[in-house]
Ligand binder design. Structure first.
Ligand code: UDP
Length: 331
């Protein structure tokens, strides 16, 4: 007799993280329902799964009531604009998906008896005064700055998720995701890795914001997905940092990209955007201890994979500013 497949709903399925999670859960033998409204997602990220018997897709804005007829075992809530440019372009949607969207997902989890994992973020630490960041640091966030719409939505999301856990006993997992990169990032999303690689490919100067002394710590997508998978399978309902502690300044990082692409581009300096965190590095002691997880992919290898992906994209994507919808594909 064949085993009944467990079913997982992934919101933000057409996004960078969401689509890789769809692949992971398909690979692990689950039935995956992907959901996205394509505000920042791209169906190209899911096209290879379209005909898969264990994959189905619903185009839906999760800020509206979510209806799923089948039972659900897990909900992975990954729908959200995720780049600083998007926060400026679509601030209200960013706030709504983290608050109303999360509430709808939690209501669905409660109704279905499903375990819910949320994509929280290192941004809950704001411009951190504690370094590296541990889960028990409460953060330094400017609620009314340009990043406030994302940071506060994610902080609200954590609070709402914990309330459903304590009040309704919904099993929850809270991943605090640090900068993650890899194939399927949007080349024009403004974040530093696609920005620098895109600039190098188009023959433009690399734009370092501020003096470039601010730091980030970049985690490759396969490591991130494995950490998230292990967190879901754990019994741990408090926040857990998932990221790579290998820290680099943005100025040094620009040189790495120039070397990697072999393009000899110049670095130019632009104003540092408001509230841009000066330093960011996860303390992953907790993840190591409870998930027996740590990143395996070094930046040189991860960046090479990412560069190869961007290079292979049709040239219109190197310059694209629009987003296709599911409807464009199913016409
Ligand atoms: N950054 C930069 N040039 C760019 C894009 C980003 O110097 O063209 C810097 C940005 O100011 C920040 C860091 O790179 O300090 C990481 O930015 P990103 O948007 O990738 O994510 P963040 O970690 O700030 O949310």
């Amino acid at each position: 007799m064949s085993k009944v497949k467990q079913r997982v709903l992934i919101t933000g399925a057409a996004g960078f993280l969401g689509s890789h999670l769809c692949d992971k859960f398909i690979k692990e033998g689950y039935h995956v329902i992907g959901m996205d409204n394509f505000i920042t997602g791209d169906f190209d990220n899911l096209k290879h799964l379209e005909a898969h018997p264990n994959f189905s897709f619903i185009e839906h804005d999760i800020c509206e009531h979510i209806t799923i007829d089948e039972n659900l075992d897990y909900i992975l809530h990954f729908a959200s604009p995720a780049s600083p440019i998007d926060y400026l372009k679509i601030p209200i949607q960013t706030l709504k998906v983290g608050s109303l969207g999360t509430h709808n997902c939690l209501g669905l989890a409660l109704a279905k008896g499903a375990t819910m994992l949320i994509a929280s973020t290192s941004e809950v630490y704001g411009d951190p005064l504690v370094h590296p960041q541990t889960e028990n640091y409460y953060g330094n966030v400017n609620s009314v700055g340009p990043r406030g719409v994302y940071d506060e939505a994610k902080r609200f999301q954590e609070a709402m998720t914990m309330a459903y856990h304590t009040f309704h006993k919904v099993p929850v997992r809270i991943a605090r995701i640090f900068n993650t990169y890899g194939p399927r990032m949007r080349l024009n999303d403004g974040r530093v890795i696609p920005a620098f690689i895109g600039q190098a490919l188009r023959g433009e100067d690399l734009t370092v914001f501020g003096d470039g002394s601010q730091t980030r710590s970049f985690c490759y997508i396969s490591d991130q997905v494995e950490g998230l998978y292990r967190l879901l399978k754990s019994e741990y309902s408090q926040p857990v940092n998932i990221g790579n502690p290998s820290e680099i300044t943005i100025r040094e990082f620009a040189d790495e990209i120039i070397k990697l692409t072999g393009t000899n581009q110049k670095v130019i300096f632009k104003d540092l955007p408001a509230d841009d965190p000066l330093q960011r590095r996860p303390d992953i002691s907790l993840a190591k201890k409870i998930l027996n997880w740590e990143p395996k992919i070094d930046r040189a290898f991860g960046l090479e994979q990412t560069l190869n992906y961007f290079k292979a994209l049709p040239e219109e994507k190197w310059y694209a500013t629009d987003h296709k919808t599911f409807g464009d594909y199913i016409k």
